[in-house]
Design a protein around this ligand. Sequence first.
Ligand code: MN
Length: 237
Amino acid sequence: MKPKIGITSAYRWETGYCMIRDFYVKAIEKAGGVPFIIPPIISVEEIETFLDFFDGILLSGGLDVQPGLYGDRPGFTTKVGPFRDEFEIELVKKAVEKRKPLFAICRGIQVLNVALGGTLIQEIQKVSSLKHTWHSGGEVEVPWWMPTHDVEIDQNSLLYKIFQSKILKVNSFHHQAIKNLGKGLIATAFASDGIIEAVEHIKHPFCVGVQWHPEGMFDVHKEQLKLFEAFVNASKG
Ligand code: MN
């Protein structure tokens, strides 16, 4: 049996759409899993049902996390997604508790961190010493697969085992990042300006977060599929 992977989706409160970009779905399928989309507006009481059903959970990208959820006020946060935040935070807490394989992408790494008590930098460009790495396209339009900076991977990490490389080229579509780490998380990759680009949970068989978008790269930069393959394999139990 192929592992069943639940992918969290965006909730557009203006229109009522629950939606997800196709390349998350394609990446899971290509890596050998069966993708399912989780609607983010369901009661948190159903989280147990989801966790019993799925073999692994993928947290997808999206809007900024509400600053109140990590004890901050809105500073440079642009747009938030109520319902989805609360749902995903509970989902992460329970998935970590149950040691369910968890893979978190972009907004996902930030949700993972906040769910475990961590905090976020609301705008990387406002942190004066951190201006020289290209984390976000801003006004510049770039294709999803285009790397704009390197990350350096800690050799004592699951991430290093996956890539077998200290340096990795990544795309970057984020204006926020991890500030203080949540409980149990360690940083496993950094950009040259010190921004945390990947984390993992020390007491979990597979709980990995990345700040870049491997699902937007794997078609052109094949090595990025390794992340999805490692996640799907871990979800086989
Ligand atoms: Mn980046």
